[in-house]
Write a protein that binds this ligand. Structure first.
Ligand code: S3P
Length: 433
């Protein structure tokens, strides 16, 4: 067992908010300054497609306090219809958020465009993108399997929509909202299970509670005025550092300036309820988002995690890989249901977790919408090969377990961590006491 101690001031800026800040900047009239934009590959893909669609932007390194450099992005745009026909298919690489959310904007532009990605993204479901955009009047073509390439013939005459989300997806909610900003009238987006709400917060959209559902109101053809954005640290990245501290007894780590939006930070409550030593300090609101420091103090064990509630699942969807590996290593057990969406991520994360936990000697049972870890039969003696399935969160979840417990793992395609956390290994090293 190793011990990890220190202060984390260089966590990646939030991936979800970075994507949205860039897209909203491109939709806004004027100059948008984004402070602390993420250098992760996914967010760089969003900047790449915006440039390829004619948006003028630049990135620069500036002083970010704590003795570190951070990235500033400046976007100049004339507003909702400032995009130009791209000369080639728009490459989104591994980023589902880029592809899905930008599709909503392209549907409203009066030209044809095509969105493509890497081999993982080309397998992910896109019917959820095409359905609402077709209802609004755009011409959207997918492969026979319902995947990318997404070929869009956009129109300036999009119709408003009342859309009940068929899956709890903030990407789909956002792409409908971005399209609806261009429509000829007011749209309503209805969610029965809530997903992360950054788009609503950043655009200042009204949302109403109605009979247990949430209705988001999007005004049509209303100019968006440029405003500055500050990106707090990514709670989904913080989760890996929290797990590191909770797996290695005696550790004490403070993680600064993390986004604590309640639609993102539920994993902290789940861990606290399971006995984790977590304290939130220095809470404040910046740009409509709750931000604070997370203090991790490991003085006790962790109860097994059992995650069943669909609303909780939606709030922690990106943290489940780390929570599952943490719970398996800390208590030998873990149980998850109502999480079929996990099969549609950068990999089939239910299968990826089960396959790898079994290689580590855990007894697992898999269901269509989840899985259970029932205990550890054996502890393998030599190095175990872990298949990352080219998925950043799978790679990082097992890398944390290896680092904290000392079990030797050989993780395939480990560079994939750069999708969301380019300084992952450097940061872990800096915390080794
Ligand atoms: C995201 C929403 C979630 C999440 C993804 C980022 C977002 O996906 O898994 O990593 O920024 O809106 P879904 O919208 O598919 O649930």
């Amino acid at each position: 067992m190793r011990v990890f101690k220190g202060e984390v001031t260089a966590l990646p800026p939030d991936k979800s908010i970075s994507h949205r800040a860039a897209l909203i900047g491109a939709l806004s009239e004027g100059t948008t300054e984004i402070t602390n934009f993420s250098g992760g590959f996914d967010n760089q893909s969003t900047l790449g497609v915006l440039k390829d669609a004619g948006i003028i932007l630049r990135q620069e390194d500036v002083d970010g306090g704590y003795g570190r450099r951070i990235r500033r992005v400046v976007i100049e745009s004339g507003g909702l219809w400032s995009f130009l026909p791209p000369s080639a298919p728009l490459m989104c690489n591994n980023s589902g958020s880029t592809m899905r959310m930008f599709a909503g904007i392209l549907a409203a532009q009066p030209f044809a465009s095509e969105l493509i990605g890497d081999s993982s993204l080309m397998k992910r479901p896109m019917k959820r993108v095409a359905d609402p955009l077709r209802q609004m009047g755009a011409d959207v073509e997918l492969s026979l399997a319902g995947t990318a390439p997404i070929r869009i013939k956009g129109t300036k005459e999009l119709k408003p929509i009342e859309y009940r989300l068929p899956v709890p997806s903030a990407q789909v909610k956002s792409l409908v909202a971005f399209a609806a900003l261009h429509a000829d009238g007011e749209s309503r987006i209805i969610e029965s299970v809530r997903s992360r709400d950054h788009t609503e917060v950043m655009l200042g959209l009204e949302s109403i509670e109605h009979e247990g559902e949430r209705v988001i109101v999007v005004p049509g053809r209303k100019a968006v005025a440029a405003k500055p954005f500050y990106i707090p640290a990514d709670p989904s990245a913080a989760c890996f550092i929290v797990a590191l501290g909770l797996l290695a007894r005696g550790s004490e780590i403070i993680i600064r300036d993390v986004c604590l939006n309640p639609t993102r930070a539920a994993f902290l409550d789940i861990l606290t309820d399971a006995g984790a030593g977590l304290t939130i300090e220095n809470q404040r609101v910046i740009g409509g988002e709750m931000i604070g420091d997370i203090l991790v103090q490991n003085h006790a064990g962790l109860e097994p995690l059992m995650i069943l509630d669909p609303q909780v699942v939606a709030y922690i969807i990106d943290e489940i890989p780390m929570l599952a590996v943490l719970s398996a290593f800390a208590s030998g057990r873990f149980e998850l249901h109502n999480a079929a969406e996990l099969r549609t991520k950068e990999s089939d994360r239910i299968d990826a977790l089960v396959v790898n936990l079994q290689r580590l000697g855990f007894d697992c049972e898999q269901y269509p919408d989840g899985f259970m870890v029932k205990g550890r039969r054996i502890t393998p003696s030599g190095t175990v090969v872990i298949d990352s399935f080219d998925d950043h969160r799978i790679a990082m979840s097992f890398a944390i377990a290896s680092k904290a417990t000392g079990c030797p793992l050989d993780i395939t395609d480990i560079d994939v961590v750069g999708v969301s956390f380019p300084n992952f290994f450097a940061l872990l090293e800096s915390l080794e006491a």
